[in-house]
Design a protein around this ligand. Structure first.
Ligand code: NDP
Length: 330
């Protein structure tokens, strides 16, 4: 394996401060342990990738690091029984891009147990248009379904609507027949959100300030990518017996709530993690994405950027300037 390009993050070992991410040339010897080597074809930029590249939060926990939590590509060598040279595979999470060298490089080496075969019915690029954000959106939908939140129960609120998790959640829930309320700070995206499947648009400012412990019952369920005060208000306005799938912290990691929604309305808070989710639920989520995410909608919520644009775009994503999902051509 000749030298190849990668986004490379180092730190000052004295101050422990992360240096700005840069494009570097690395070699196969720099890659970490693993039994499957992949030629990376596509990746994406998730919120967490934005945090890693900019160093805004301590996402990177091993230096040097190649960030990039999502990979799609082709196996070039394998000692894992499930994979052989030429297989198309994808990977989401498992600490890749945090503790294990990630996707923003021509080649990556992984533990084969972290991979899943590229789902039939999706291209590698489409899998990255979905990426961790979209697969997490589907985990949220599955969590609500398991709780019995069917379309006839009432509206579903989606917060962080114009972001990655929100956009995919709206497209899926809309197709499944739910009445979707999209909470966004970007009024200019009303047309985009309605085309994806939202029935109503709500200004996120309605939810972002301290509210009452219990409010009017407005939705049967919610997909929350925002956390903090927003999640507290979402819970306080969830109908009797409803449920909120919480996956994100775009507003903050705190939850300034009370027990009132839980003990007076039987509301359930469903935690959703994508990083360490077991393999069967990943396969289930992708099967459902193939069935329940319209490919035209997936195209309308995603756009493609080049490898050289990743570092600059990561900062824009954290500033809330990126709509929907990004595909990165490696
Ligand atoms: P994006 O940056 O694509 O979207 C986040 C959206 O949140 C923004 O587009 C914006 O939506 C909204 N938002 C941003 N800042 C604020 C704020 N201060 N108050 C209220 N809303 C805000 O990120 P993703 O969709 O990729 O990820 C969303 C969240 O989910 C992140 O916190 C991420 O870490 C988390 N996540 C968690 C996973 C898990 O496994 N649990 C997996 C994937 C993501 P709008 O412009 O419409 O208002």
């Amino acid at each position: 394996m000749d030298r190849f390009k990668a986004i490379w993050i180092t730190r000052d070992e004295e101050t422990k401060k992360q240096h700005p991410a840069q494009i570097a040339e690395i070699s196969g010897d720099d890659l970490m342990e693993g039994n499957v080597t992949v030629k990376v074809e596509h990746s994406t930029i998730n919120y967490k990738d934005g945090l890693a590249i900019t160093g805004t939060s301590p996402v990177v926990r091993r230096f040097p690091m190649v960030p990039g939590i999502d990979t799609s590509g082709e196996v070039i060598s394998s000692d894992h029984p499930d994979y052989a040279k030429g297989d198309k595979v994808i990977l989401n999470g498992w600490g890749v891009g945090e503790t294990h060298l990630g996707a923003y490089a021509d080649f990556a080496r992984f533990n084969g147990d972290w991979l899943i075969p590229k789902p039939d019915g999706l291209t590698g690029a489409q899998c990255m248009a979905i990426g961790t954000a979209g697969y997490t959106a589907m985990l949220c939908v599955l969590a609500l379904e398991r709780h019995g939140i069917t379309p006839d129960r009432g509206p579903i609120l989606v917060t962080g609507a114009a972001g990655g998790v929100g956009s995919v959640a709206i497209a899926v829930l809309g197709k499944l027949g739910y009445h979707v309320i999209a909470s966004t700070g970007r009024a200019s995206e009303e047309g985009y959100l309605k085309d994806l499947g939202a029935s109503e648009i709500m200004d996120r400012a309605e939810l972002s300030e301290k509210g009452r412990p219990l409010g009017k019952e407005r939705w049967a369920g919610a997909v929350d990518a925002v956390g903090s005060m927003t999640l507290a208000n979402v819970l306080a306005q969830t109908q009797y017996g409803g449920a909120v799938a919480a996956c994100g912290l775009a507003q903050g990691m705190d939850l300034p709530s009370t027990v009132m929604p839980f003990i007076l309305r039987g509301v359930s808070l469903l935690g959703v993690d994508s990083v360490m989710a077991p393999r069967p639920i990943r396969i289930e989520a992708y099967d459902r994405l193939v069935a329940d995410l319209d490919q035209d909608k997936l195209q309308s919520l995603s756009r493609t950027i080049g490898f050289d644009d990743v570092i600059g775009t990561a900062g824009e994503l954290l500033e809330g300037k990126v709509r929907g999902r990004l595909i990165v051509e490696i």
